[in-house]
Design a protein around this ligand. Structure first.
Ligand code: SF4
Ligand code: SF4
Length: 335
């Protein structure tokens, strides 16, 4: 659809905007997805609007939000605050809710798109969603299979959920953003987009009182320049217990086969996040030595450096959605 030939937005808020909020983790491509979506609507479909992202220290693993607003072409955009009550809310990883209040402002008119293998009923309970439309898409599985990222699959789901965003306009912006430099990624990404468009499972939930509505609130900064400890030291006991890097993984995990492991220790030296758990054990000759017990997956970001370094094939890279949950709980297998 060419610029200036836009169709009317199906719904807008009191300020005249159709609003999208993406809740993500650095590395999943939410910033780029917001840019592509914004360009598709504004340059490709003739709406006016804006897109911006918010993140702290820009690095893989930290929370990222991306916002997109669309309005009629003759309306000026004078709002640059975060989207508080989104028409579409996209959650890039189902475990994000542990640390970030991701569903704030999602009401009965919101479409919530979750990257998950759960059913809509399971997903609603998982997110404790007040009501609204729940769309479940196994974006990680699609991304692993197509060797792409979850962002393009979720863009497909956004188009479908919106009811007005032209898939061809988004595809055009995917091509443009990948350009000549990443031309080899265009076809897999377009396929990922199509799968995201077609494979989502959707269900509407009436606000039935099962879970309360959670309004958007902006939390002030608790620790900053004036009150932080010297050197930014964290004195809160147990901060390592609440640290969880599992949402940083991109579909792959190392699996430790203890029957093959020699406890040589190479993986431990390589792992940037101290995921390997050791204990003293008697070896076959009865001599006590440090022995690798398991991987603590809570701290594992899936970089797979340990797999590369292990010369005994005791660590293998496997698709996380195919790995038995018991292996993740135990931290090892003995196959
Ligand atoms: S590098 Fe391989 S063999 Fe060595 S301790 Fe790690 S898993 Fe075991
Ligand atoms: S993939 Fe291996 S090296 Fe990387 S964080 Fe996980 S356990 Fe450590």
């Amino acid at each position: 659809m060419s610029k200036g030939n836009h169709i009317e937005l199906p719904k807008v808020n009191d300020s005249g905007f159709f609003e999208v909020r993406m809740e993500s983790i650095g590395g999943f491509g939410a910033n780029l997805a917001g840019k592509i979506l914004g360009e598709a609507g504004i340059l490709g479909m003739g709406y006016n609007g804006s897109n911006f992202s918010s993140y702290g220290s820009e690095k893989k693993g930290s929370p990222v939000k991306s916002f997109v607003r669309f309005c009629a072409p003759d309306k000026e955009v004078r709002v640059n605050s975060p989207v508080t009550e989104p028409h579409i809310l996209i959650i890039f990883h189902e475990e994000m809710g542990k640390n970030v209040p991701i569903t704030q402002g999602a009401g009965k008119d919101t479409v919530v798109i979750l990257s998950t293998s759960k059913s809509p009923d399971e997903a609603r309970d998982h997110l404790k969603l007040h009501g609204g439309t729940m769309v479940c898409l196994d974006a990680m599985k699609i991304a692993v299979e197509e060797k792409t990222r979850v962002n393009t699959a979720l863009l497909g789901a956004i188009c479908k959920a919106s009811g007005f965003i032209d898939p061809e306009a988004v595809k055009e912006m995917i091509r443009k953003n990948l350009g000549k430099k990443y031309a080899f990624l265009i076809e897999p990404n377009l396929k990922t987009f199509d799968r995201g468009y077609n494979e989502g499972v959707s269900k509407y939930f009436e606000p039935d009182g099962k879970y309360p509505y959670v309004p958007f609130t902006r939390e002030g900064q608790k620790i900053g320049y004036f009150n932080q400890n010297m050197g930014g030291v964290l004195t809160n006991p147990g901060s390592a217990i609440s640290k969880d890097l599992s949402t940083s993984r991109s579909g792959w995990v190392p699996v430790l086969d203890k029957t093959v492991c020699t406890s040589c220790g190479e993986c431990d030296i390589t792992c940037p996040d101290y995921c390997m758990v050791w204990a003293k054990e008697a070896d076959k000759k009865g001599k006590e030595r440090q022995t690798l017990q398991k991987i603590e997956y809570q701290y594992c970001k899936g970089c797979l450096r340990c797999v590369e370094i292990c010369k005994f094939d005791a660590l293998k890279a496997e698709k996380e959605y195919e790995v038995d949950k018991k292996i993740i709980e135990d931290g090892f297998t003995q196959s």
